[in-house]
Design a protein around this ligand. Structure first.
Ligand code: GLA
Length: 373
């Protein structure tokens, strides 16, 4: 009620930029074991809204206006929380402890070996079978104002999924009146550990299910990427994108080179499923990617603080999972841009470190700014 009054007052007295963005807390059903799921919807006066649910601190829906003002949900996902557990593909999820792969599920810290469960061929993927995406997060705070904000937290026990050290993690989502959705992951640990926290949203700027993303124009501010082996583990090389289907330094249609199987990396990835080394200094927020859907006009500009960004075109979606509105998701229906350290960093001493020590604060910030062209 308070927020409605604020909005009404602004209609009369304020410019549109003075609208207060709102955060609304609501129930979001229950899992089959009876545990209740909650959601927080962040909305602004410019027509955008983001719904985040406590299961997996997941971005469950993201509504963005197109160039005609039509509002559509631009992220893949499910209508109910239980489906996120029954058919996991990390739709919108907060992924951890280690997003992406760790080779053979093995790494060492200070000479002590750790073994994780392997859940992706020979490798560990996205924190193991029960990663952060499948955990219930707690809502720490919800606030309105120039930006609407929710802070969620999760405490990962020492030894959970094989990782050492109790770790406290927060995910802070905020939406402002400039149509910027900001997401910040923070973590602290009680023992030296490794981590890579990211968000795994699958974007389809056409409005979830209207079209595939082959006609989307993508720009990636990255002169190099990290080539992989057949199991998608980086070889250690940092390869120039120049002259390859991986060069998105100027805008390219996603579909133009995605089937260019003369490049072994396209074969291994079944398309794009690669970590790009974002130009500029890691640790500072800098432009990493732009995605534009020429039909709807929706454009997403991404800024990241992370050293890398995984560009993935939903190559494992095979039409057997039925998402929101009973829509079948297939290869090439979406784009994932997952900012983080490089895959398998714990086993590559010369990659940016994935190690976190007690007393250190881990921060990974990403901003998704929406506009129309
Ligand atoms: C990441 C990986 C992909 C795939 C998806 C989840 O993007 O790079 O290979 O595992 O997650 O399906």
């Amino acid at each position: 009620m308070k927020t409605a009054i604020l909005g009404a007052a602004c209609l009369i007295a304020c410019s549109s930029s003075a609208f207060a963005a709102n955060a609304t807390r609501s129930a979001f059903g229950a899992l089959s074991d009876g545990s209740k799921v909650e959601a927080v919807t962040l909305s602004n006066g410019a027509g955008m809204s983001a719904r985040i649910m406590t299961l997996g601190a997941t971005l469950q829906s993201l509504v963005v206006p197109d160039k005609a003002g039509h509002k559509d949900d631009v992220v893949l996902g499910y209508d109910t929380a239980q489906e996120y557990l029954s058919h996991p593909d990390y739709f919108g999820a907060s992924v951890g402890r280690y997003a992406n792969r760790i080779a053979k599920g093995k790494f060492a810290i200070d000479g002590k070996a750790y073994t994780l469960v392997t859940n992706d061929g020979p490798n560990s993927l996205h924190g193991g079978p029960k990663g952060f995406d499948k955990r219930m997060w707690k809502i720490d705070s919800v606030s309105n104002g120039p930006e609407a904000k929710v802070v969620l937290s999760y405490v990962s026990a020492d030894g959970e999924e094989g990782f050492p050290g109790e770790m406290k993690v927060t995910a802070t989502y905020s939406l402002n009146e400039q149509n910027e959705l900001k997401l910040e992951y923070r973590a602290t640990t009680l023992k030296p550990t490794v981590l890579n926290l990211t968000n795994h949203s699958y974007f389809n700027l056409s409005g979830n299910d209207a079209r595939d993303v082959m006609g989307n124009m993508v720009t990636l501010n990255a002169a190099r990427f990290t080539p992989v082996d057949a199991t998608l583990i980086p070889t250690g090389e940092r390869r120039a994108v120049a002259g390859t289907p991986f060069d998105f330094r100027t805008p390219h249609r996603v579909g133009d080179r995605i089937r260019d199987a003369r490049d072994q990396q396209i074969r291994y990835g079944r398309g794009y499923d690669h970590n790009y080394i974002v130009d500029g200094a890691a640790g500072t927020l800098r432009p990493a990617a732009v995605v534009n859907d020429p039909v709807s006009g929706r454009t997403m500009e991404m800024q990241v603080s992370a050293p890398g960004i995984q560009f993935y075109t939903g190559n494992f979606l095979d039409g057997t999972f039925f998402g929101k509105g009973q829509h079948s998701y297939r290869q090439g229906d979406s784009i994932c841009l997952e900012p983080g350290v490089f895959p398998d960093s714990p086993n590559h001493a010369d990659f940016p470190t994935s190690r976190l020590n007690p007393g250190q604060a881990y921060v990974n910030t990403m901003v998704y700014k929406f506009s129309v062209r």
